[in-house]
Ligand binder design. Structure first.
Ligand code: 5GP
Ligand code: ZN
Length: 110
């Protein structure tokens, strides 16, 4: 969607190193990390927020969590602490659905 910062990153209009990319999902480091490891897992499809997820997105959500699992392993977080956070309402600042993977020491609230 035009004007969406995450769509621009996904479409490579803004250069960004991806930690993972598939046909449906990208993952990249948060610009302002809230934890030792802070990776955003972002569906390529522009879904505004969790309330817009529908039955048609079931496979996409499975891929998101499989990506989380890959990143947990790649960052040796299995035997550390990690959380997956999805913000909504006034707590969500970028209006393109995304999942925060926060690993290790938590520094601030996302
Ligand atoms: P939200 O509050 O929407 O759940 O989280 C948005 C997240 O996106 C924040 O943690 C913020 O630091 C991150 N963010 C905002 N703009 C950019 C950007 O241009 N690049 C990257 N890598 N992260 C961004
Ligand atoms: Zn978007």
């Amino acid at each position: 969607m035009s004007g969406c910062i995450f769509c621009k990153i996904i479409n490579k209009e803004i250069p960004k190193e991806f930690r993972f990319e598939s046909d449906a999902v990208v993952a990249f480091d948060d610009i302002s990390p809230s934890a030792d490891v802070h990776i955003l897992i972002v569906p390529k499809k522009h879904i505004r927020e969790v309330g817009e997820v529908g039955d048609q997105d079931a496979e996409l959500l499975i891929e998101v969590y499989k990506t989380v699992n890959k990143l947990v392993k790649a960052n040796n977080l299995e035997n550390n602490s990690y959380r997956v956070v999805v913000n909504g309402g006034f707590a969500q600042h970028v209006p393109h659905l995304h999942f925060h993977l926060l690993g290790g020491q938590w520094k601030k609230y996302v």
